[in-house]
Design a protein around this ligand. Structure first.
Ligand SMILES: [Fe+2]
Ligand SMILES: [Fe+2]
Length: 217
């Protein structure tokens, strides 16, 4: 299949699989937006540092120079998001000095185990970044309802434009590299697997936190 057509089809599949995850966040909002903003921002902190680390881990073993640079750029951007979220938490009175990066979880274990460029791009930039963008929109709606326009502004002005750019970079790189049936199959599997693991992890976290409208990376 032509790689551009393949990416369009993969977009459709991704949107389909994302929809229940996004829907869960909307249901929480409709239920009166339960939840604690600082707890939710701590989830964001953990996600941002995990994704920054993942992109940094992938960078040296990726030989294609444009993909290598994409991971390098992403590692830096996610570190910037970590800092923005940490500053916001401090302003809300939460001491981030005691924050410790989270241990391994099944999602990042799976992602770190991916060894091919096409799988990494499909799972990371293309899928995880779309998930992040979508769940962050729910989180922003939650903050708005809480009257926390400052957190929403930080997401709208700084974080979301980066997450969208990461996802678009993923689309372009997939269209360039997922050129054979084998590579396309590997990419599709990676997209499905990431969303499967992420959906399970998010529903566990939602249960613990009493809301599904917490942010992503
Ligand atoms: Fe991101
Ligand atoms: Fe991020």
């Amino acid at each position: 299949m032509d790689a551009t057509v393949f990416v369009q089809e993969l977009e459709t599949l991704k949107a389909e699989r994302l929809s229940p995850i996004i829907g869960a966040g909307r249901t929480s909002l409709a239920d009166g937006a339960p939840g604690d903003t600082t707890k939710m921002l701590r989830v964001a902190l953990a996600n941002e540092i995990s994704v920054s680390e993942l992109a940094a881990v992938w960078m040296p073993s990726t030989t294609e120079i444009d993909v290598k640079l994409a991971f390098a750029r992403q590692a830096g951007d996610e570190a910037g998001h970590f800092q923005l979220v940490a500053d916001r938490l401090s302003a809300l009175g939460f001491d981030v000095a005691g924050f410790r990066p989270p241990g391994e979880n099944p999602l990042f274990q799976y992602l770190k185990g991916l060894s091919t460029t096409v799988e990494r791009v499909a799972a990371g930039l293309f899928t995880l970044e779309s998930l992040a963008y979508a769940v962050n929109e729910n989180f922003m709606a939650f903050c708005d309802r809480r009257g926390d326009g400052e957190t929403t502004r930080i997401y709208r002005e700084y974080i979301q434009p980066d997450e969208r750019a990461h996802q678009q970079l993923g689309q372009r790189l997939l269209a360039k590299y997922a050129t054979t049936p084998e590579l396309q199959r590997a990419a599709r599997n990676a997209v499905e697997r990431v969303l499967e693991i992420a959906a399970a992890a998010r529903s566990q976290t939602a249960e613990r936190m009493g809301t599904a409208s917490f942010p992503g990376c």
